[in-house]
Design a protein around this ligand. Structure first.
Ligand SMILES: Nc1ncnc2c1ncn2[C@@H]1O[C@H](COP(=O)(O)OP(=O)(O)OP(=O)(O)O)[C@@H](O)[C@H]1O
Length: 242
């Protein structure tokens, strides 16, 4: 059993600067271990902090306390204290992330968007293109769309382009934020297959899936994200009491 992510005592609060600097605690001393070849599904009620945890695991959000150790090139590296160069290398080689929505860049074609993670890793264009075409075809994106920028695509088409981009490199760790939210059954099944194939290659997966049938098809473990209990509020001043 190879540990790929080790989270210790992770905390995260948001500071609401336009609300007089109020602190909103979301994650409180979370401990979690993610192993190679296993899919851990984050669950918990709406607003409990699932997306916040996933984004903090990608270092999109800076942790307020605790450690996130990531196995990167066979060494455990702490994402919380990593410098930006190390963080970029971790994201290029080790840690993939499929967000719910595609960030489109004007005038960049679908094929280029999907190929980009391999190009960044120095893979030859022909090889990157072959892999991109294979994924786009599997995800039922019509070939006539491949040379167009995805900005005007439907929600489900954009999500499938994002999935193709996320699965094009065999990342040792993959974070998936509701990858099937806008997909029909046929395409959700393709995503389930891609997840099973990645697990068979020993990828460690952490995901949020609102669709119960997808969740049950992929989950090896469930991790319960518990909301931080409400702190007493001073109603006169609107401040959290110590
Ligand atoms: N950028 C942010 N700034 C301030 N508060 C935030 C921010 N992102 C999330 N929150 C707050 O953190 C809490 C947890 O949100 P999060 O999106 O992580 O929950 P979730 O469990 O993924 O919910 P859902 O299942 O509804 O998507 C919410 O109360 C939300 O308002």
């Amino acid at each position: 059993m190879t540990v790929m992510i080790h989270v210790r005592e992770l905390s995260k609060s948001f500071t609401l600067h336009n609300q007089g600097g109020i602190q909103l605690p979301v994650l409180n001393r979370v401990n979690l271990q993610i192993n190679a070849g296993e899919c851990t599904v984050l669950h918990g009620e709406s607003g409990a902090g699932k997306s916040t945890l996933l984004r903090t695991l990608y270092a999109n959000y800076l942790a307020g306390g605790g450690d996130i150790e990531i196995r990167h090139h066979d060494e455990m590296v702490n994402l919380v204290s990593a410098n930006s160069q190390t963080l970029l290398a971790i994201r290029r080689d080790t840690l993939g992330y499929v967000s719910q929505f595609l960030r489109v860049i004007p005038r960049v074609t679908t094929l280029e968007v999907v190929k980009q993670p391999l190009k960044e890793r120095g893979i030859e264009d022909a090889e990157a293109e072959a892999r991109a075409c294979e994924l786009l075809a599997r995800l039922n994106i019509p070939q006539r769309l491949w040379s167009l920028p995805p900005g005007t695509f439907s929600g489900g088409e954009q999500q499938r382009v994002n999935i193709a981009r996320g699965f094009i490199h065999n990342y040792p760790i993959l974070l998936l934020d509701e990858p099937t939210a806008s997909l029909d059954k046929r395409n959700s099944e393709v995503v389930i297959e891609l997840i099973h194939e990645a697990l068979a290659r020993n990828t460690a997966i952490v995901g949020i899936f609102h669709d119960e049938s997808v969740r049950e098809a992929v989950a090896d473990h469930y991790f319960d994200v518990k909301p931080v209990p409400d702190l007493p509020i001073d109603n006169e001043r609107g401040a959290i009491l110590p």
